[in-house]
Design a protein around this ligand. Structure first.
Ligand code: ATP
Length: 433
């Protein structure tokens, strides 16, 4: 107990230090209001785990026994913020300009069938901790009231943090909710932990329960894996454990893809978007499999296009590697594809002739435009409408392929078309149109 108290005091101090001024003020107000009501609020879940690990900014997830709605409303009013209730989960978000905290009623969950969303009922804090995924996420730190400073750790999360282990709380955990399989891999990779031996056996035993999870929930957890700093670590582990084929038989990951993921991060200035990673995954799939995966994961339109586009683009690779292909042809063939699909192939095929063309397309060719615009063309006698479109296309091609490199040369080309010295159709045919 003595040791527990000193640890908890340290955690409280870390919490104080780790909060922004706005968040600290918000927490102070909520705790004062809770004390006035004679109740205790606990920091729970990942927030406690991250405090123990001494990691960055802490999510403020607060839990109290009984409804927290009126407490949240009073806190929002006192802080000049707003509140949003998520009734199905008994949670309320309170947020203002410079803070956000989640207040939740302690709850127990039961599962009507594997993979179903849980049925929720009000419960004690102990039951609330027992419904959680892993011991490291099932600790609570009392922040006010008589218990202030007490760390509740019924599943020895501290022991598992010290032992660097991800451990489920009971044998049916992955059956109840197989998204926990992806969560286990995510925490293991993020913290460089290991999945505890018994948990690992359960995970392997229960892989088939991934079938019970809806596409939207699978997508959510896979995207959270992709949002990690080094998602390839989790994906390699998923491959090793057979998680990917359990999601869809065609999905696979290997060292080469891991390298491509790393390169994607080095090249993307603002960090790679999930679509680029999806493009990399899609580059390994046949179009039919990519479609099936997109359907299974209920991907959004942009995500689906990245995955499927990359799968389809594979067919262009032999053509792209030919030496006689002109830049304008590359541009016209690649433009219909979503950018992440092209970027993905530029990474995957980076050391080949095709990869070089993809890179040049991305870095320069796709931005090339003619110097002359529609108005300039009208002044040279080109009529609006289809002819104008044809001439603009011709000029862009000429620019890309080095047949016109200045405004003057473009003007000369347009004049020769207008005066009939060059026949548009013939020029197009000769120049790959
Ligand atoms: P991260 O650090 O990635 O944000 P987190 O630990 O904050 O992760 P959340 O997904 O935000 O996790 O969920 C908050 C808490 O809710 C978790 O720490 C865990 O206790 C519990 N939880 C979340 N998802 C599940 C689940 N599928 N099954 C059981 N408990 C869960």
């Amino acid at each position: 107990m003595e040791k527990g108290l000193t640890t908890a005091t340290k955690l409280l101090a870390r919490l104080q230090r780790g909060l922004s001024a706005g968040a600290a003020q918000a927490v102070k107000v909520v705790l004062r209001l809770a004390e006035e009501e004679g109740r205790t609020l606990y920091l729970v879940g990942g927030g406690v785990r991250d405090l123990v690990l001494g990691r960055g900014q802490v999510d403020i997830d607060l839990v109290g026994e009984g409804s927290v709605l009126s407490l949240a409303q009073r806190a929002a009013a006192a802080l000049g913020g707003r509140w949003v209730e998520h009734r199905a989960f008994g949670t309320v978000t309170v947020e203002g300009r410079d803070f956000r905290l989640d207040l939740a009623m302690a709850r127990a969950e039961s599962y009507a069938r594997p993979g179903a969303l849980p049925k929720v009922r009000p419960a004690s804090l102990g039951e609330d901790l027992a419904r959680r995924d892993f011991s490291i996420n099932a600790m609570a730190l009392a922040l006010c009231g008589r218990q202030r400073g007490q760390l509740l750790d019924p599943f020895d999360g501290m022991g598992d943090i010290n032992g660097k282990l991800v451990r489920v709380l009971h044998d049916r955990s992955f059956i109840d909710d197989a998204t926990r399989i992806l969560r286990a891999v995510r925490y293991e990779a993020r913290f460089s932990f290991g999945i505890e031996e018994g948990t690992l056996a359960l995970l392997k035993r229960d892989l088939s329960y991934l079938d019970t999870i809806s596409g939207a929930r699978l997508r959510h957890d896979l995207l959270r894996l992709l949002a990690e700093d080094e998602p390839e670590r989790g994906f390699l582990r998923c491959q090793e454990l057979g998680v990917l084929p359990a999601i869809h038989r065609s999905l696979r990951f290997d060292g080469e893809l891991a390298d491509a993921f790393r390169q994607a991060r080095e090249t993307a200035q603002a960090g790679p978007q999930p679509e680029l990673y999806l493009g990399l995954l899609g580059a390994r799939l046949s179009p039919a499999d990519a479609q099936a995966v997109a359907l299974r994961l209920a991907l959004s339109k942009r995500q689906r296009q990245a995955l499927e586009g990359a799968a389809e683009l594979a067919f262009l690779l032999p053509w792209l590697s030919r030496a006689d292909v002109r830049p304008s042809q590359v541009v016209e063939r690649l433009e219909p594809y979503p950018l992440p699909a092209v970027q993905a192939w530029a990474l995957v095929a980076s050391r080949s002739a095709a990869g070089e063309k993809l890179a040049r397309y991305l870095e320069g060719w796709r931005y090339v435009k003619s110097s002359l615009d529609g108005r300039a063309l009208e002044r040279l006698g080109v009529k609006r409408g289809r002819a104008m479109g044809d001439v603009l296309r011709l000029l862009r091609r000429a620019r890309l392929d080095g047949q016109a490199s200045s405004r003057q040369e473009e003007t000369d080309l347009v004049r020769s078309v207008v005066e009939g010295r060059v026949k548009l159709r013939e020029w197009q045919a000769e120049n790959g149109g």
